[in-house]
Every structure is written in C-alpha cells, then in structure tokens.
Design a protein around this ligand. Structure first.
Ligand SMILES: [Zn+2]
Length: 262
C-alpha cells in the first residue's frame, strides 16, 4: 500500500517582505478541518517563534496526533549561519517546542530547502532522525501549470532522466532519513502573486491536476507539501480538499514522517 505524508511549513510573515500578515489560528484551524475529514495526520514544520506566539495551537496539533518538526526559530537561512550559530538556533527552537508539547522534534526542514554539509553536520549532532530538504527541481519546474510549450518540451526530455537524479522514496543520507520532495510546493502551483485575492478556477483545477499527476507518477511513497499562509487562505482550501479526497479513495495510507523511520 502506498504511503503518503502531508507536510505544512508553519511559518510567519516576518521573514518575507512579500507575504502579508495572515491569521495563523484561523488558517490552521480550517486546514485541520479538512485533514479531519479524511482522517489525515500531518507534519507541521514549525518555526520556534510560531510556537512562542501560538502555544495553544501547537499543543492542540500535537495532542491531535500531528507531528511537530523544526523549521528554525525565525525561518533563518541555515547555510548562512556558522556551525555554532545554527546549533544555537536549533537548540533554542527545540527547547521552545519541548516546553509546549513535552518532547523535542525528531525531524527538521531547512527553510527554503537550502542546505550544505555544515547544516547536515549540525542536524546529525543534534540527534535529528529525519530531514526533508532535497528539492526536486525538475519536478518543481516541469509541473507548473503555466509552463510554456518550450518548458513543456524540456519537461518531456527531462522527465525521462528525472529518476536517475531524484530518488522516488525516502533514503538514508549521512545517517539521517531524507524525505525528498515529490510534489510541487503549492507556491509553485498557485503562484505567490496577489495573495489577497482568490485563486481562479483555472489555477485551482490545473494545480489539482498537477498534483494528481505527481501522485500517479510516484511509486510506493508520495508526499504533499503546503504552506498554511497560502493553502489556508482565500478559496485555496479546495485544492487541499480535492487532492486529499482523491488520495483517500486510493489504496494509500497517510502516515507521519516519524512513522517512515520504522
Ligand atoms: Zn519555510
């Protein structure tokens, strides 16, 4: 049976000048309603500042069986920090998470999926069990609903080689379980322009078709990646509902990232 993980990067607006302030509690609560409909437990890669500002929300997520992973304290760019500075940021975030949910996170996603060897060294030395950083550049690029015909022909050629470069399922890298992105981030599918406006029907339909295609192309493992500030605002929850509903009808099992370690 195919295993499916669902990831949300639970971050704020402080690190991004283009991102408007959004209602964290309201958007996450609407997302959880959709998750509950299909009995899905998800992974929330959560910034330490979010945990500090919304402790009740994070505790509720954890109590309801969702996995809380680290996403830095303030969504720092990890490869720009020294070994010691990154170590301090992660320790601070772990302690904040532990204070609220009672345990340290076992998983981490580097903000912006940016990493280098030092970043992995620090993850390992801090005892993380899984990471989710490796981006599928080809996948991201080739599945954009707005891809041009030129991109489309590159995609046709590129997809033939995609399997050579990108693993289809989690694999061990330097002792950590790496969970590679297999689906587009919804920022790619929906575009990050005009966040205050509703997404058009065309966008939502092509984003759904894109995700469906990625799901069908995956083998015995598939992951979905979202951001509450995007998927949980305006009319975009429909995309989450449609793709989860679609997978729900398939021979698939929704699991937490931690369960992939077993
Ligand atoms: Zn992020």
């Amino acid at each position: 049976m195919k295993k499916v993980t669902v990831f949300f990067d639970l971050e704020g607006w402080w690190e991004s000048p283009v991102r408007p302030r959004f209602d964290v509690v309201k958007t996450v609560s609407s997302i959880v309603k959709v998750l509950d409909k299909y009995n899905v437990k998800a992974v929330f890669n959560t910034c330490g500042k979010i945990v500090e500002d919304y402790p009740d929300l994070v505790l509720k997520l954890s109590k309801e069986g969702h996995e809380i992973a680290s996403h830095g304290y303030l969504h720092e760019v990890f490869n720009q920090l020294s070994h010691d500075d990154l170590d301090n940021v992660l320790e601070k975030t772990e302690n904040i998470i532990k204070k609220i949910i009672g345990e340290k996170p076992i998983g981490i996603r580097s903000p912006g999926l940016i990493f280098n060897d030092t970043v992995y060294d620090v993850f390992r030395s801090r005892g993380y069990k899984w990471v989710s950083n490796r981006n599928m550049q080809f996948c991201e690029l080739f599945n954009r609903p707005d891809k041009s015909s030129v991109l489309h022909s590159i995609a046709t050629i590129g997809s033939k080689f995609q399997n050579l470069f990108y693993p289809k399922k989690p694999y061990k890298v330097n002792g950590l379980l790496e969970i590679p992105l297999q689906s587009s981030l919804e920022t790619d599918l929906l575009g990050i322009v005009s966040l205050e406006q509703k997404s058009s029907e065309e966008w939502l339909t092509s984003a759904f078709n894109g995700l469906k295609k990625q799901y069908l192309r995956s083998h015995d493992y598939f992951n979905l990646n979202f951001h509450p500030w995007l998927i949980g605002t305006q009319n975009r929850l429909r995309l989450l509902n449609d793709i989860l509903g679609y997978i729900h009808l398939k021979e698939a099992k929704f699991v937490l990232a931690g369960e992939l370690l077993e």
